[in-house]
Design a protein around this ligand. Structure first.
Ligand code: HEM
Length: 512
């Protein structure tokens, strides 16, 4: 093909060049957004925007570095992930407006293509507006303190199994143990047990299908989500949907759905009240279209029943949001303590003094104030969501700053947690930062490992219970210390969802 009368190129090459040019134009034509709004930010590259740094060092470090660089430039800065503009807000008062006071203008999150496909799009994280409100109102009572207390005997049984496995494993490994494995299995078994009345037995068999599939889904989530949103325009997901192609591993999603379907069949085949089940899943079934027809009538907090697809979504939400986060929260907090002998000693003394040899339970762990400080400090250093997001639903004004409808807002939790003005020498592990005196004047948005406002984590009571009883039980039974294989501080695989680069080895021996 003759171009401009002097370049002669084969037609396929010309077509390819046209496609590339259109792609580059489409991926970059949003990149003037922040300049027009007068918002500072680094210059974007064509197509990928500002994501080079994230590729090199990971999202966690990107959030911390961006916050440091732009913190004093008017409370917000703009970057681009692929063609998507992201407005990161660093001012804590503005964040309180966005997440709490003006929540009605920021009720939803950004739609990532990975979670916007059939079979996974009903996960609560992803739901918008009324659908989200309805779902959240329904699911929230499943984790109220009374329900959690009622399920505690099952948690205690699993906790005792975990302690026995730890002791036996450490013995067979010369007194050394990677704590991430037994703690991960314990959390999976708790979620399966109190959520679905299911004996998953990951503690006895860490290679069971369920754990492997859930892990595979979760471990690839961050990378797939980021890569897709960077290079592929969102509309492409409609083409994939049409061909039935999933961005997340389809076989793992199908496995988890099949599990839910079988569980529904079991519950339906049981006569009313036969097993007297009171778990999360039964509650959701009782409020869904698959419930026993005899129960038509009052459906509790809402009159609208969940569809079958929503029931699948809520089960996936419970498993995926609940298992990984509580496991990481627990083993990171325990590892930090084991690596800091003075803090460990203090925590152990508190457990001995407060529990007086009783096994930990939801009531007696309420008095473990120092353990709570240790959990908070671990959550500060490694917030499991280094950032969270909201989407602006209509043109609005936040403390004098205009925010246009549709803008993605990023809340840089890791940046805030590493701000030396809020936490001097932020790399250092120091639970005293969370003593009542040290924290009393801190801004309420200066610490948000569970997010904030009506869209904050709904699993916090369960996560806190597991961390408190789990850590107290381990401190009661074992002496712990760094060992030859320990690596500290904890390093994270750059593009992962806070997956540690190395196993979490400690020396562990039963206390006399
Ligand atoms: C240490 C453990 C945990 C941490 C650090 C954590 C952290 C978070 C964070 C940062 C968010 C986003 C909040 C926001 O956008 O403001 C979130 C949301 C959520 N978490 Fe957790 N979480 C934990 C445990 C759990 C557990 C055990 C469950 C369930 C059994 C759970 C279920 C959820 C759900 C469903 C949401 C979405 C809420 C919504 O969109 O309304 N989380 N979590």
């Amino acid at each position: 093909m003759d171009i401009f009368g002097f370049i002669d190129l084969p037609t396929p090459v010309v077509l390819l060049l046209v496609c590339i040019s259109l792609y580059v134009y489409f991926m970059s034509n949003t990149h003037g957004t922040f300049k027009k709004l007068g918002i500072p930010g680094p210059k974007p590259w064509p197509v990928i925007g500002n994501s080079i740094f994230a590729f090199k060092t990971g999202m966690f470090n990107t959030v911390v570095a961006g916050y440091r660089r732009f913190q004093h430039m008017g409370g917000m800065y703009g970057t681009f992930e692929g063609r998507s503009p992201i407005l990161t807000v660093t001012d804590l008062d503005m964040l309180r407006e966005i997440m709490v006071k003006q929540f009605n203008n920021f009720p939803n999150r950004r739609k990532y293509a990975t979670m916007d496909q059939p079979m996974v799009d009903k996960i609560m994280f992803n739901l918008d507006d009324d659908e989200w409100k309805h779902h959240r109102a329904l699911i929230k009572p499943t984790l109220n303190p009374n329900r959690l207390k009622a399920s505690y005997p099952r948690v205690e049984k699993l906790l005792r199994s975990m302690l026995a496995v730890m002791e036996q494993k450490a013995k067979s490994q010369g007194g050394q143990l990677d704590i991430s494995l037994p703690i991960g299995c314990f959390c999976m078994d708790v979620i399966a047990g109190i959520g679905f009345d299911l004996d998953c037995n990951s503690i006895g068999n860490p290679k069971n299908d369920f754990l492997v599939k859930a892990r595979n889904f979760l471990d690839t989530f961050g990378e797939r989500t980021f890569s897709f949103s960077l290079f592929v325009p969102h509309f492409v997901k409609h083409i994939l949907d049409w061909f039935g192609i999933m961005i997340m591993p389809k076989k793992d999603v199908l496995f988890l759905r099949e599990f839910t379907r079988r569980a529904i069949d079991v519950r339906r085949s049981e006569k009313d009240g036969q097993r007297g089940r009171e778990d999360f899943f039964q509650y959701m079934i009782d409020h869904s279209v698959v419930r026993d027809e005899k129960k038509n009538g009052n459906t509790g907090p809402s009159t609208k029943l969940l569809s079958l697809e929503e029931l699948y979504g809520s089960s996936l939400t419970y498993f995926l949001a609940g298992y990984d986060t509580s496991a990481k929260g627990f083993f990171f907090a325990m590892y930090h303590l084991a690596m800091n002998p003075d803090c460990l000693k203090k925590a152990q003394q508190e457990v001995d003094c407060v529990l007086q040899g009783d096994f930990p339970n939801p009531d007696n762990v309420q008095n473990l104030k120092y353990i709570d400080m240790c959990i908070k400090e671990s959550n500060r250093i490694l917030p499991l969501g280094p950032y969270v997001e909201r989407r602006c639903s209509q043109d609005t004004n936040v403390l004098g700053r205009h925010i246009p409808a549709g803008m993605n807002i990023r809340i840089p939790i890791a940046g805030i947690h590493y701000d030396p003005n809020l936490y001097p020498d932020p790399q250092r592990y120091d639970p005293e930062r969370f003593s009542p005196e040290a924290s009393k004047d801190r801004h309420p948005m200066a610490f948000m490992p569970f997010g904030a406002g009506p869209r904050g984590c709904f699993g916090q009571p369960l996560a806190m219970l597991l961390m408190r009883v789990g850590m107290a039980a381990m401190l009661q039974r074992f002496n712990m210390a760094p060992c030859g294989k320990s690596e500290y501080p904890i390093r994270i695989i750059p593009m992962s969802d806070l997956v540690p680069e190395h196993d979490l080895w400690i020396s562990l021996e039963p206390r006399q």
